[in-house]
Every structure is written in structure tokens, then in C-alpha cells.
Write a protein that binds this ligand. Structure first.
Ligand code: PLP
Length: 347
């Protein structure tokens, strides 16, 4: 397939591909340590934190789990607005960690408002910045501020899995204490790495649990450029290479991603399709399927044009389809995808 239009994994950045053509490094050698430290420093810049970023071998869900298990103790109360599949996952992870979880259930496609999270009595708020299952984006700084006014000692944990390098993000400046992300979305690398960013305040509040996922042990090793266990060092090299290329031109990159996703919504509007999200994220465009048209038919129309798309999740399964240009696409390729989208619906 030529056109990977799924919201992760995505079309790879050429710098990631190039990184994989290098000889294998042993992770406990000086060149590997230097690479690991470089990747961590670039990730701190990407998350905009004065704290630390830990690189874990696993996917975004692992990073979400590591965040929750290492920052909250069993019995603590957290507020989790649920407005899609991944915010549902955050609530499930918090329950699995023994927390007392208050879900704020919203219809898929909607987003929570600041007054809905301005409720006292919580040790934490868990939010998904870009809810990939519905294509919605929350106003993270406004929500973090409202929550902290009601809970001055509360921690805000955010899933930035499809906002890192897709949309502006900032930890301390936004009142976010910890964030989770992964390699196979906005970073345009293969799947296999999860990242946990911790603000200086979150670092002081670490209450490590578990063995493989003990973030204090990771922190100690990663400050020296190593990880506690064998890391996916080749992926670390790919992440460093992509960040080194993209970060110096981040505003232009984010503007391109926003333009490309708007283009998908403009084509959808021309075709009479209704968007799913109330407030769209630039990571993915989600549309309701027209009356009488099955997801399978739409998927096959794209597949005939060598394009892979995504369907709905949870209650949206069989009701929506999703297209993403989060991967490595330039302006001209995006226009090609727009033409393909129109053609697929002309079938
Ligand atoms: N959070 C969000 C917002 C996502 O989009 C995804 C994956 O699509 C995840 C979490 C889970 O990430 P992974 O599939 O890498 O575990």
C-alpha cells in the first residue's frame, strides 16, 4: 500500500528510515549513551518541559500506564473525563492501578469544558489531549487551570500520543505535570517506544510501583544515558534523527499539519460528509458514514487506490471513518490524497 492514511502507525520520516540503515549499537557503550541522552534532551524540548522525559520500550498505552502507576497511590481519587476510546482507556488504567475513578461521561465527539473539571476533592485529573478515536481536541491549558484552581495540590496527567509534534504542546506552561506519548504518531517513526514526560513537580511526587515500569529506577539509569533494561536503541536513534530535523522548524511543521487536516475536512464538506468532533484535532479527520454506505465499502474504495484508512472505535464502530496525514506528507502529496478522497467517494 502506498498511502498510509491511518492515525498511527504513520508514513515514516526519511530520517527514521535512514537511522535504521546504521549498524547495531550495543546499548551499554559510549555511542549508545550519547544517542540516548541526545534523544532525551530533544524530547524535553518537544514536550516543553524543564523536567525529564523517560523513554520506554513499548507503545503509547505503556506510557499511559507508567504515568498513572508511578504518580498515584491506590485509593487516591482521580477525575477522568471520558469522551472517546483513549480517555476510556485512561479510566480503565487508573482503575487497574487501584485508584478511585470518577468518570465524567460525555458523548463521543464532544469535549469537556473547564467548568466540568473545576471540582474539588481530587488528587488528579487525567485527560487525552487529542482524542484520536473521535478526532477531537481538548483545551488542555484551560482544563488544567480550572482543575488546579479547585485542587491546588492535584496533578494533571495528559495523553499527548497524537498531539506531540502535531499541535503545540507545553508541560509546565500549561499546568500539565505529566504526559505520555509514543513513537509511531507525530514523530513519524515506527511503533515501539513510549515516552513519559515529568515536570519538576511531578518528579518530586514520584511514587514508583512495579518492576519493569518502576520510573525511579528508569530515571536513575536514563540520567546516565542508559535504561534499566535493554532498550529499543535503533528506535531511539530514529526518534533523535527526526526530532533533530523537525524541531528547528517546528512552527512551520505544525502549520503544515493543521493545513493538511483542514484540507481533509474541506474535501469532506464538499462531499457532504459530517465531521465527528466538536473541536477538531489536527491529527486526524473523522467523518460519519453517509446513510446507507458501509465502512467496508469506503475502506475498499480507498484500498483500490492503494490507501489504508481507519474505521470507528467503541460506540463509533461501523458509523465513522478516519483519515490522517499525521505522517510524513508534504503539501503536494496531501493534495494528491485530497484528490484520492474525492475519487473514492465518486465510486
Ligand atoms: N492514546 C491515543 C490518543 C492514541 O491515539 C493511541 C493510539 O492510537 C493510544 C493512546 C495508544 O497507543 P498505542 O497503540 O501506541 O499503545
Amino acid at each position: 500500500m502506498d498511502w498510509l492514511l491511518t492515525p498511527g502507525p504513520v508514513r515514516l520520516h526519511p530520517k527514521a528510515l535512514e537511522a535504521f540503515s546504521r549498524p547495531q549499537l550495543h546499548h551499554r557503550t559510549e555511542p549508545a549513551r550519547a544517542l540516548f541522552l541526545k534523544a532525551r534532551s530533544l524530547l524535553r524540548e518537544a514536550f516543553r518541559t524543564q523536567g525529564e522525559v523517560l523513554i520506554l520500550t513499548g507503545s503509547g498505552t505503556l506510557a499511559m500506564e507508567a504515568l498513572v502507576w508511578n504518580l498515584f497511590a491506590p485509593g487516591e481519587r482521580v477525575l477522568v473525563p471520558v469522551y472517546g476510546k483513549f480517555s476510556e482507556r485512561f479510566a480503565e488504567i487508573a482503575e487497574s492501578a487501584g485508584l478511585e475513578v470518577d468518570r465524567l461521561e460525555l458523548p463521543y465527539g464532544r469535549v469537556p469544558s473547564p467548568d466540568q473539571v473545576a471540582r474539588p476533592g481530587y488528587q488528579g485529573l487525567l485527560l487525552v489531549h487529542s482524542e484520536t478515536s473521535t478526532g477531537a481536541m481538548v483545551d488542555l491549558p484551560a482544563l488544567a487551570r480550572a482543575f488546579k484552581e479547585a485542587n491546588p495540590k492535584g496533578l494533571v496527567g495528559a495523553d499527548m500520543v497524537t498531539s506531540l509534534l502535531v499541535r503545540e504542546v507545553a508541560l509546565e506552561a500549561w499546568g500539565v505535570d505529566a504526559a505520555a506519548s509514543g513513537s509511531q504518531k507525530g514523530l513519524m517513526c515506527p511503533p515501539g517506544l513510549g515516552f513519559v514526560a515529568l515536570s519538576p513537580w511531578a518528579l518530586e511526587r514520584l511514587r514508583p510501583r512495579g518492576y519493569y515500569l518502576n520510573l525511579s529506577r528508569e530515571l536513575k539509569a536514563q540520567r546516565e544515558g542508559e535504561s534499566a533494561w535493554t532498550p529499543a536503541i535503533n528506535l531511539v536513534g530514529a526518534v533523535a534523527a527526526v526530532l533533530e530535523k523537525v524541531l528547528p522548524k517546528l512552527p512551520e511543521h505544525l502549520a503544515l499539519k493543521a493545513w493538511q487536516n483542514d484540507l481533509l475536512y474541506r474535501v469532506g464538506a464538499e462531499l457532504g460528509l459530517s465531521p465527528v468532533p466538536e473541536v477538531p484535532s489536527p491529527a486526524v479527520a473523522a467523518f460519519y458514514l453517509p446513510e446507507g454506505v458501509s465502512y467496508r465499502a469506503v475502506k475498499e474504495a480507498f484500498a483500490r487506490r492503494q490507501a489504508v484508512i481507519a474505521g470507528g472505535q467503541g460506540p463509533l464502530k461501523g458509523r465513522v471513518f478516519r483519515l490522517s496525514l499525521m505522517g510524513y506528507y508534504n503539501r503536494y502529496e496531501a493534495l494528491g490524497v485530497a484528490a484520492l478522497f474525492r475519487e473514492a467517494f465518486a465510486d
